[in-house]
Design a protein around this ligand. Structure first.
Ligand code: ACO
Length: 157
């Protein structure tokens, strides 16, 4: 399917890859809008950042910053190289969150369009994401189609 949406990010905001210094720049607090994050020390953050960086053909964590450079939205797109469809690449969008004070300002939309274009430019065949039913309308506004059901199993729940 053609995807021709461009980021219409509000003036003064910037869509960019996550940086190591973002540990001190509201990244974890914005993630906490989505779910429980727990306590992450700077060394744990750095270790995971370095792991993502070492697999930079798979992990593409991004943020949106405001005029002051402070992170106000976060998101991740991962590339999964498959055997099917002649070794195609599927993208997965994960862990999208916008700071509560900034919701409704098209930053979620800008994040999804930005990550979708990262996947498109990376040669992906398809993008998949799971979401709560209350967010289906949001993803439809971003150009996505409701494709069915999510199944899950939790360890140690
Ligand atoms: N249902 C229907 N429409 C919505 C919803 C919703 N829940 N949220 C926003 N919209 C609409 C807006 O009204 C807007 O419509 P318009 O273009 O006609 O004006 C359009 O979608 C774009 O909205 P944004 O302003 O970009 O939305 P926002 O910046 O508030 O981001 C988000 C939406 C990401 C859901 C935000 O509210 C958020 O962080 N929520 C808490 C965390 C969360 O649920 N994250 C998604 C998890 S799913 C995953 O990670 C794959």
């Amino acid at each position: 399917m053609a995807f021709d949406k461009q980021i219409t990010i509000p003036e003064g905001y910037t869509f960019r890859p996550l940086e190591k210094t973002d540990y001190h720049n509201n990244y974890l607090d914005v993630l906490r809008v989505l779910t429980e994050v727990g306590e992450i020390s700077e060394s744990k953050f750095n270790e995971l950042f370095d792991y993502w960086k070492s697999l930079s053909d798979i992990f593409h964590p991004h943020v949106i910053t405001n005029k002051s450079g402070k992170i106000v939205a976060v998101g991740m797109v991962l590339f999964e190289r498959k055997m099917i469809h002649e070794c195609s690449i599927y993208a997965h969008i994960e862990d999208i969150a916008v700071a509560e004070s900034e919701q409704g300002n098209k930053l979620g939309y800008s994040m999804i369009v930005g990550l979708t274009n990262v996947a498109k430019e990376g040669g992906c065949y398809k993008i998949i994401l799971d979401c709560d039913p209350k967010n289906i309308g949001f993803y439809e506004k971003c150009g996505y189609t409701n494709g069915g059901n999510e199944m899950f199993l939790k360890f140690n729940a």
